[in-house]
Write a protein that binds this ligand. Sequence first.
Ligand code: ADP
Ligand code: MG
Length: 449
Amino acid sequence: MTPEELWQATLAQIQLMTSPANFATWFKDTKISFLEKEKVIISVPNSFVKEWLEQKYHKVIFKILKNLEPRVKRIEYKVGKEEEERVLKKIDFHKIASPQLGILNLEINEKTNLNPRYTFSNFVVGSFNELAYAASQAVVENPGKVYNPLFVYGGVGLGKTHLLQAIGNEIFKKFKKLTVKYLPVNSLVSEIINSIKNKKIEQLKSSFQNIDVLILDDVQFLAGKEKTQEEFFYIFNSLYEKGKQIVISSDRPPKAIPSLTERLRSRFEGGMIADISLPDFETRIAILKLKSQERGINFSDEILNYIASNIKNNIRELEGALNVLCAYSRIQNKEIDLKIAKTLLKTLISPTPKISNFKKVIKVVADFYEITEKEILSSSRRREIVKPRQVAMYILREDLKYSFPFIARKFGGKDHTTVIHACEKIGKELQKNDELFEEIKQIRNRIFS
Ligand code: ADP
Ligand code: MG
């Protein structure tokens, strides 16, 4: 592999593990500027990115690179010089890769905050999402009149954002006079918090008054934020009472959102609730076919079957797998056979179903927080060790159902009440701390997918 191909393949995999925003922030304009024997130099646009990659992404980058190119032993990050850049421009793979990797796919409509790439025409419907789809269609036909609010819930990467944005885009196109607004709830939450601080909350609230269709993505982020929920309720209610359409998504049903005030919960439950479950094999194939058509590349049925049989519970990952193959085949300019596909998808698809056991949890949690397995099992009281240790205990208990005494023994013979305390602490903290919530979600993804 040439440096460009190598970096290309690495990026495609990193993209699977990061949010689109993070990916664009930290990996845009990066490249391998040097690859010789065991050493790789990754050139980055500024020192801020350099520091961030060194501190937060180094392990991941190293692992993936090594997997693709076993000789790699050392990685350095350098702020790229203009000159180097000019030389590399000729083979600037970002130009080739961006459309597939979605780096430049940020043409967000300023008025609506919607990304026009999400439409109904590129949304595959199967039994797993047909209820949510039908309800969305009804909303598009008659905004504010049929299902209000429409509440869609389902797991990560299963098309909630896509569906919500498609509703918005379609209404925007169809009813030119209606004001449509799409908002991720976490950004609304920080807006609310800031405007409370700056005494501008009334202004913020009144800025919502002319909205006809309000689309709120990932409403589970309201969990545990009482004051914010109060203001949110006001915004919600004033639109609701005027018969304005509200569409909401969440990773779980209203009942399961911790410490949601009763009146919000009952509002959320007052319209239509539709879930998105997991796509079956046929649907996964249909999605892969559609996505490869979009990318202008045909893969053999054999390859599509391989991907669809191995990636089952996340459409974003299905897409990710295709991205890896597309990037490779573009650059190599040749068809990919099953053998190459298997190699390229090695890190994404494990050959045997992963069995999660004690060791795995320890490894993933330690890796995630960038400490060693020895440290996590030690009795160190350093904060940066204590938290990962408690998180590991929590997951071992909650997900693997190990007994408290068993966990205690494994962590150097601690008293089992220490484990109980840790689990309770994390459990409580999870309800109010989004960051921790996200961390544990990602850790679980790594352990169980
Ligand atoms: P969520 O918001 O539920 O985490 P997204 O809406 O971001 O998931 O979907 C993840 C990726 O999968 C997106 O790129 C989206 O376009 C794609 N996707 C999800 N569901 C479908 C579907 N039914 N048909 C086509 N693409 C889909
Ligand atoms: Mg989403």
